[in-house]
Design a protein around this ligand. Structure first.
Ligand code: NAD
Length: 323
């Protein structure tokens, strides 16, 4: 029997990879987004170009029951988009409207199992001031105090999905993603994340050059490779545990260490030029105790392995762009 999946945000980084993975598993997949994937042809059986803020689009897209639905569409970007304050109203309005519309349509057309991608940005800022000891345990979410409106919208939507479980008998699943990276992700233009930005800067630099780094580079983060993210996503979606649960790596590095790793992969000697810029919290790391306990799973690849594949792809983009 054919299984049907819906991927909202299928033109985006994680969504486009998820479509490929679901196709490999034999699903019939409908993707929806305002745009097609930027770097490769979609593998979805049906791809609807439409704005999920529009209720008519949601009606058209959710015209049947899906075995699994994945809601990844959001107005988002890297630190340069989320933390400047200039996009706060759009971020909150656009993403909340998408979630309200999509979830209600899925419920009314009898889809039971919906995955929602929240973000580590919902954790309280005051627990992430010590770069060596950030606290991102799931239970630390409340009292809430995220450092961005993007994080507040994620908190609202997490509650929304779980309320539909309680009140409408759905079996929605909520993950808190921590910095996902990999090939075919945004690598320039201002919405790219730290790993992609660093790979691009290093790929464009000559050995001995300095690249610009926002802040002193001692802020800490962890980064999860896309294939691991998909594995965690599908395991959670098909599990008995509703979450919210972290899907991230607990291999914490400073941004300076990230630069050194990428420089080493590239074989270039790279200096760092520390400049002011939007920073986000001082430290963040995925706490993976709960996911290990509930799903018996944790990511296995090292940061270096993921960065090698990502650097190779970004270096190719840089060369193509220059040609
Ligand atoms: P992305 O920006 O590449 O993908 C999101 C997609 O949503 C985009 O293709 C965009 O066009 C689409 N979209 C936005 N508004 C839409 C609308 N009105 N109608 C239809 N489509 C619309 O981002 P991503 O990295 O693939 O992230 C996917 C999800 O995971 C997002 O919800 C994001 O908040 C969450 N997340 C990602 C990360 C990460 O590190 N990538 C970390 C935490 C959480």
């Amino acid at each position: 029997m054919t299984k049907y999946a819906l991927v909202c945000g299928a033109g985006g980084f994680i969504g486009s990879h998820l479509v490929k993975r679901l196709k490999k598993e034999g699903f019939w997949v409908r993707g929806v987004d305002v745009k097609f994937p930027e770097f490769a042809e979609t593998e979805a059986d049906d791809f609807v170009i439409g704005d999920l803020r529009d209720q008519n689009v949601c009606d058209r897209v959710v015209d049947r029951t899906f075995d699994e639905a994945f809601q990844l569409a959001a107005d988002m970007g890297g630190a340069g988009y989320i933390f400047t304050g200039e996009n706060d109203a759009d971020i909150m309005h656009n993403s909340a409207t998408i979630n309200l519309n999509v979830l209600d349509r899925l419920y009314k057309r009898n889809t039971k199992r919906v995955f929602y991608s929240s973000s580590a940005c919902m954790y309280p800022a005051h627990n992430q001031e010590d770069p060596d000891n950030p606290n991102c345990e799931e239970s630390s979410a409340y009292p809430a105090s995220p450092d961005s409106e993007y994080g507040w919208e994620k908190l609202f939507s997490e509650s929304l999905y779980l309320a539909y479980n309680r009140n409408h008998g759905m079996i929605n699943r909520v993950a808190r993603y921590h910095n996902i990276f990999g090939p075919e992700g945004t690598w320039n233009g201002g919405k790219e994340k730290a790993p992609a930005a660093v790979c691009r800067k290093v790929a464009m630099a000559k050995s001995g050059d300095a690249i610009e780094i926002w802040g002193d580079g001692n802020q800490t983060r962890s980064f999860l490779y896309i294939d691991e993210c998909l594995e965690g996503t599908l395991r959670l979606t098909r599990s008995m545990f509703e979450g919210p649960v972290n899907v991230g790596s607990d291999e914490m590095v400073t941004i300076n260490q990230l630069v050194d790793l990428v420089a080493d992969i590239s074989g270039k000697k790279i200096e760092k030029d520390h400049i002011p810029g939007p920073l986000g919290v001082r430290g963040r790391n995925s706490d993976n105790q709960l996911i290990e306990e509930k799903l018996g799973w944790r990511p296995s690849q090292s940061l270096r392995e993921g960065l090698e594949k990502t650097y190779e792809w970004i270096e190719l983009q840089v060369r193509r762009n220059a040609a």
